[in-house]
Structures are given as C-alpha cells and as structure tokens.
Design a protein around this ligand. Structure first.
Ligand SMILES: [Zn+2]
Length: 186
C-alpha cells in the first residue's frame, strides 16, 4: 500500500527539481546528486500527495531551522534541544484540515544528522537536513479543501515554507509564511 504514495512523492520532488533550477545555484553539479534539494537557511520544503483518502506529507528542512545547529549534538543541552524538536515534529496538531477529517496514522522523523540514533552515521562536514514524513487517513479525501500548517509557529527559524501539492485532480505550489499558513487544494 505504501509504495504508490512514495512514488507520487518521488515524482513530485523530481518535478520540483526541474521546476526550480534557480534554487540550485550553490550546487552546480546537479548530475551527481539528483536527489539533493536546495539548502537555504530560513527556508524549508513541504510536499503533500493525496491519493484517495490517503494523504502523505513530507517535510524537509535544514537542521539549523529546527535545532539551531547542523552537527551531531555534543552535550546534554543540545541533545535536549533535539529531543524537544522531535516531540514538536511529532505533535498531532502540526497540520489541521478543513473539508474532511484526517487522522494521523504514521510519523517518521529523521534527525540522524544531528543525533546518534543506534547505528553510527558518518559525520559529514557542512550542512545537514532534518526530515519528517506524515501519513494521514482522511474520511473523505475528495472533499479535503485546506491544510493549515503550524510548522512556522513551532519553528520560527522557518521563515518560508515552499509547498508542492498533488491530488488526483490537480497540483499546485505555494509559499507559506507564519502569518499565511493555509494550503488550498480545491
Ligand atoms: Zn545549513
């Protein structure tokens, strides 16, 4: 069941890369890293794919926007910051909906770039990302009208959220700010 939605998200992300070549000015070698998204502090990406009643939301952000640093947490204070950020990313009210009720079924938060999580990762120099995936089940997906995103009020360092969304009917793109956090999908 999961695979078709992963495919949709993958297609969506690749269409974003094609549609937004100007975002890659700091990554001239696009061929070697086709999946690499732009990394601009203050900006993060959100993709939504609605298929039937299943809504898949993917969030990707520079770690600096979420925890204030982009290296592995080295002391108790930083570890606490990472844990608190993870709790905020797991909050059930991070997204709210109109037109249809949608309930959160699955959350996957990847903060491995800023904390050791069981298996060791190679420490990379430079920037790092945090990603989160949410799977919602909606009561009547075709009636879903808006998704309001509460990420920016929880993570004020995210100044701009670049959104791409896709339903069976249409697709669109928008940029959200803290004071305008509504995605209208129909
Ligand atoms: Zn960075």
């Amino acid at each position: 069941m999961l695979k078709p939605y992963c495919l949709i998200v993958a297609l969506l992300v690749s269409s974003m890369l094609i549609a937004a070549p100007q975002l890659h000015s700091n990554n001239s070698d696009k061929q070697s890293e086709p999946a690499q998204q732009s990394h601009l502090h203050g900006t993060a990406q959100l993709t939504l794919a609605l298929e039937g009643n299943a809504l898949e939301i993917s969030f990707e952000s520079p770690a600096a926007n979420i925890v204030g640093f982009e290296h592995k947490a080295t002391d108790e204070k930083q570890i606490k910051v990472v844990k608190q950020a993870k709790q905020k990313l797991q909050a059930a009210d991070l997204f709210s909906f109109s037109g249809s009720d949608c309930s959160l079924k699955k959350t996957e938060i990847d903060m491995s770039s800023v904390i050791e999580e069981g298996h060791q990762h190679n420490d990379r120099e430079g920037h790092s990302e945090i990603s989160a995936n949410y799977r919602y089940e909606c009561s009547t997906g075709e009636k879903l009208e808006t998704v309001s995103v509460n990420l920016m009020s929880r993570f004020p360092a995210v100044k701009t959220l670049e959104v791409r969304w896709l339903t069976y009917r249409q697709q669109g793109a928008t940029k959200l700010k803290a004071q305008s956090n509504l995605i209208r999908i129909r």
